[in-house]
Design a binder for this molecule. Structure first.
Ligand code: TXA
Ligand code: MG
Length: 322
């Protein structure tokens, strides 16, 4: 159980308190529409160092800076290409992170020493309220990685945040409870430092949506010359061993769309009706396997494009284990 305070009431007053805590250099975990983030003042080196300590994350993995609105992009990024403006207009607030050339505000402790910075305007009433209150107090941006220990499954509920990192927080930190995250998988990360967008991490904003928004039909291939911790081969991994697209045996867990039946003796962990619901339930289902000591989990992956691409991306890494 955590030592930090647990705020299930996200009233204007508690958001005000949370914003003051961030300004004072404390950590505040908060819900976004994708997953819960572990937030700190993006201009405060000591607070950022605590994020890395709490997550157990290597210091060269950069953090995403969250802002309340697109018109604050210029604080953090420069030389913003036209196609990135189009993406920001179309999909912010929303589950999308843009990688752009940094300004001096984005120091090495945020970018991992890279010349680019990741920026996102989240779409969640609590995240937006927190950011607005923080900016009113003079804050420029809240850096927030997913609120899990490095390499583990991202939390999509406040309880999961507490289970992941509660013991590493201190009493002045805070976990804001805004219910279960709608999307359930992390934001689409798009590298906007070249002459065409390049997807670094698939998410709810899909390749087709990016093509239509930017009017660029040829996206760049996602090479691996930029450090994205989420692109490590093994990440998003629960304790349970994950098997993809095989028939589940008695004693194993099963995550599959609702129209796929549960074989005898198999523990059904979730039965979503759509790919969207699949994403929404995925991380909680993996957590449930661990809580219920289910050692092996079979996942029948949704086919096709859209959010299914992001689901298969995370599952491929989860299946690689730790
Ligand atoms: O949905 C999300 O994006 C969530 C919520 C909380 O906003 N955040 C999240 O953060 O997933 P994190 O740190 O767990 O994953 C962000 C990824 C990391 O793999 C990081 O390496 C990459 O974004 N990243 C951040 N800044 C970058 C940059 N300048 N260049 C390349 N990759 C960057
Ligand atoms: Mg993460």
């Amino acid at each position: 159980m955590s030592q930090s305070q647990f705020q299930s009431n996200c009233s204007a007053e508690s958001l005000q308190i949370a914003a003051s805590k961030v300004i004072a250099g404390n950590l505040v975990a908060f819900p976004t529409e994708t997953v819960y983030g572990l937030g700190a003042d993006a201009c405060n080196a000591d607070a950022i160092a605590r994020i890395y300590a709490v997550k157990g994350r290597p210091a060269d993995h950069p953090l995403i800076v969250h802002i309340s609105a697109m018109d604050r992009m210029g604080d953090w990024a420069k030389e913003i290409p036209t196609y990135a403006i189009a993406l920001a207009r179309d999909f912010w607030p929303g589950p999308m992170t843009l990688i752009l050339p940094r300004t001096e505000l984005a120091q090495d402790f945020i970018t991992g020493g890279q010349e680019s910075v990741g920026i996102r305007v989240p779409d969640h009433v609590v995240a937006r309220g927190l950011l607005q209150a923080f900016e009113k107090l003079g804050g420029k941006g809240i850096a927030a990685p997913s609120a899990n220990r490095f390499g583990q499954v991202s939390p999509t509920t406040a309880k999961a945040v507490d289970q992941e990192i509660g013991e590493y927080l201190d009493p002045r930190d805070l976990i804001l409870d805004g219910g279960a995250c709608e999307v359930g998988v992390e934001s689409t990360i798009i590298d906007c430092t070249g002459d065409a967008p390049r997807i670094l991490r698939p998410g709810a904003i899909t390749e087709q949506m990016i093509r239509i928004s930017t009017d660029i039909s040829e996206l760049k291939n996602s090479g691996n010359d930029i450090r994205v911790s989420g692109s490590l081969e093994n990440h998003y991994a629960p304790s349970a061993k994950i098997f993809l697209d095989v028939t589940a045996q008695a004693g194993q867990g099963l995550i599959a769309l609702a129209d796929i039946p549960t074989p005898p003796g198999v523990i059904r962990l979730s039965a979503p009706a759509t790919a969207q619901e699949f994403a929404h339930l995925l991380y909680e289902s993996l957590r449930k396997a661990d809580t219920d000591a289910v050692a092996e989990v079979v996942v029948i992956q949704p086919k096709g494009d859209g959010i299914a691409v992001a689901i298969r991306d995370r599952l491929a890494r989860a299946a690689n284990g730790r």
